[in-house]
Design a protein around this ligand. Structure first.
Ligand SMILES: [Zn+2]
Length: 158
């Protein structure tokens, strides 16, 4: 799944689960569940060489910027509009938690000496990816994103 919907799932967890010690691991776990949603991303049906060459790394970097912007907007929303610094903190750590498995996998594209945890993460990720062709693979992610936005607004708006 793309990084922006993963981020939104993490932020939705942060909105609903008030204890950061629980919310953070749940947001990481939800990443793996998110990848079970049939989706298309820049690495769909590619081999290792295609992932690190051509336009794909640029597209991933661009989409990562969108995810960071989304997370930043959510934290500012929590701080300025909801006026809840604890919520802002949870959104920050859970927004990052929601993409951590992909950040770690991304590192392993360039670093070949993997330690045990990175290997396990890659293996789980490879197993759970559920691909879907365009346009359906994007539509599912839009639905997930809209659902998360509704959860976030529904549980934080006063
Ligand atoms: Zn993933």
């Amino acid at each position: 799944m793309l990084l922006t919907p993963h981020t939104l799932v993490g932020i939705a967890v942060a909105s609903v689960v008030k204890n950061p010690l629980i919310a953070f691991p749940v947001s990481v776990g939800m990443h793996y569940l998110g990848d079970l949603v049939p989706h298309w991303d820049f690495f769909s049906n590619t081999n290792e060489d295609e992932r690190v060459s051509g336009w794909r790394p640029l597209a991933v970097a661009g989409e990562l910027s969108l995810a960071v912007a989304t997370g930043t907007a959510a934290v500012l929303y929590a701080l300025w509009i909801v006026n809840d610094p604890a919520l802002g903190f949870r959104m920050l750590i859970c927004g990052i938690g929601g993409v951590i498995p992909d950040l770690l996998s991304g590192l392993t594209l360039y670093e070949k000496n993997l330690n045990g945890f990175l290997k396990i993460n890659n293996r789980i990720q490879a197993k759970l990816q559920f691909q879907s062709p365009l346009p359906w693979g994007i539509l599912t992610q839009i639905l997930v994103s809209v659902f998360c936005a509704l959860v976030i607004l529904g549980s934080t708006a006063q």
